[in-house]
Design a protein around this ligand. Structure first.
Ligand code: HEM
Length: 437
């Protein structure tokens, strides 16, 4: 990508800057980090044309990224970008037109964002997540039970994909008998147009219809689940409307699903490529320690996290980022994956160091839109990795890493499939991992 043209002599100072890398190609999707290193160094706030034809700014340095994520002049409301295809129809949720599900946390600014976030935070408490740990462990074991005898699996489809769907369904209070419908709808949504024509829009519509009906039922007959909590939550006498509660349930599912699939997929992929680090983690888990698991999941997020770019932001007025003039209405995309490898912020940023302590990465974002589900993501990520490594200690890639294909989406970074093979581990010690989390 950064090769010197054939007619340029080595060391020629006039050509010391390698040519700008091509973005959004298949090579880029496989390994975007060399291109991000170039951008950080030579064009840290970079205007580009996205594959959709929309022009946007990419922010790649850590300091600029952190500042931009907290800058209230950068709005999340697509109405600020009147000209874009994005604003004309798309809401960031595939298949969802300017409709009821549009009013969700990632598309609104204060004061509406403040009100909705405060209400949801009352239902989405750390205590609720902590209480959920046994269920996550049970799900993790059940999914591994489903393929362990085969000695091989596609870890994306058989493990990483169903785990967060069932977990979030349980959290929301979707009855078990309906959860496979959610699995199907969600599967359609992350295919990003790869499914049958209109399939994504149909799935979103079905999910919305289902959620509204469920909210209705929970209002009549509340339980100890998140949807009942959302209905109950009030702030100075204010409640979520049914549409707001449906949009909230949907964004929790939408934001918490593909991200976690990719956290698990990318993390296993990275560990398989770093046998020494992986062996160290396995030793520490075998000794019943949890510290390396906790710092390790954060490091895996920093090193090759699931959210490559933060979601869309739009300049509400002309402003400057990293010395670059951004026009009013311009879209700004903060490249979390580039910021988290910035050598100005992280020592040896390309090196995986599961024990890294100084690791204030941006993988969960920053500022008022900081990931609401980070405690759940940590719980799922830690349970998934610990259980896989303990139950399948000799897990290995089936085939070459270079044959793996990455999804081509703009925001998320994740593998299409992750074929692995293994001989089953010694024991299934139920409760053991859980007690260490
Ligand atoms: C490893 C998994 C996850 C990662 C890496 C991740 C990352 C992020 C990031 C980067 C943002 C901020 C986006 C921006 O500012 O543009 C965000 C927001 C959000 N995340 Fe996550 N997320 C993960 C899992 C989850 C889970 C499991 C849930 C819920 C079940 C969740 C719910 C949300 C919600 C609701 C927001 C919007 C918050 C707001 O706008 O106030 N996320 N997440």
């Amino acid at each position: 990508m950064n090769d010197r043209p054939a007619d340029v002599p080595a060391g020629c100072p006039a050509h010391a800057t390698p040519p700008a890398p091509e973005l959004f190609t298949w090579e880029f999707a496989t390994d975007p980090y060399p291109a991000y290193a170039w951008l950080r160094e030579h064009s840290p706030v970079h205007r580009t044309t996205l594959p959709s034809g929309v022009e946007a700014w990419l922010v790649t340095r850590y300091a600029d990224a952190r500042e931009a994520l907290a800058d209230n002049r950068l709005s999340k409301n697509p109405a600020h970008h009147a000209e874009s295809a994005h604003a004309k129809g798309k809401t960031g949720i595939p298949g969802e037109r300017k409709a009821e599900l549009m009013t969700h946390l990632l598309n609104i600014d204060p004061p509406d964002h403040t009100r909705l976030r405060r209400l949801v935070s009352k239902a989405f408490t750390p205590r609720r997540i902590a209480e959920f740990a046994p269920r996550v462990q049970e799900l993790t074991d059940r999914l591994i039970d489903g393929f362990i005898e085969k000695g091989e699996a596609d870890l994306i489809h058989e493990f990483a994909f169903p785990l967060p769907i069932y977990a979030i369904c349980d959290l929301l209070g979707v009855p078990r008998e309906d959860q496979d419908d959610f699995r199907e709808w969600a599967g359609m949504m992350i295919r990003h147009g790869g499914g049958p024509r209109g399939g994504v829009a149909r799935s979103v519509k079905k999910m919305r219809g289902y959620l509204l009906e469920l909210i209705h039922r929970k209002r009549e007959n509340p339980g100890d689940d998140l949807i009942s909590g959302l209905i109950r939550a009030s702030d100075h006498g204010e409640h979520l409307t049914e549409n707001e509660a449906a949009a909230m349930a949907f964004i929790i599912l939408f934001a918490g699903f593909e991200t976690t699939v990719n956290l698990i997929g990318n993390s296993v992929h990275t560990l398989l490529g770093h046998p020494e680090q992986r062996a160290q983690l396995q030793r520490s888990l075998a000794a019943g320690e949890t510290e390396l698991l906790a710092t390790g999941v954060e490091e895996l997020l920093r090193h090759d996290g699931p959210v490559e770019l933060a979601t869309w932001r739009y300049a509400t007025e002309a402003l400057t980022i990293g010395g670059e003039r951004i026009g009013a209405g311009d879209p700004v995309l903060v490249v979390l994956a580039a910021a988290d490898r910035d050598p100005e912020r992280f020592e040896g940023p390309d090196t995986l160091d599961l024990a890294r302590r100084d690791n204030q990465h941006l993988g969960y974002g920053h500022g008022i839109h900081y990931c609401l589900g980070a405690p759940l993501a940590r719980l799922e990520g830690q349970a998934a990795l610990a259980t896989l490594l303990k139950r399948l200690p000799n897990l290995r890639l089936a085939g070459e890493s270079s044959d793996l294909r990455w999804r081509g989406g703009l925001i998320m970074r994740g593998l299409r499939t992750l074929p692995v093979e293994f001989t089953p581990g010694p024991v299934r010690d139920e409760g053991d991992i859980l007690s260490t989390l």
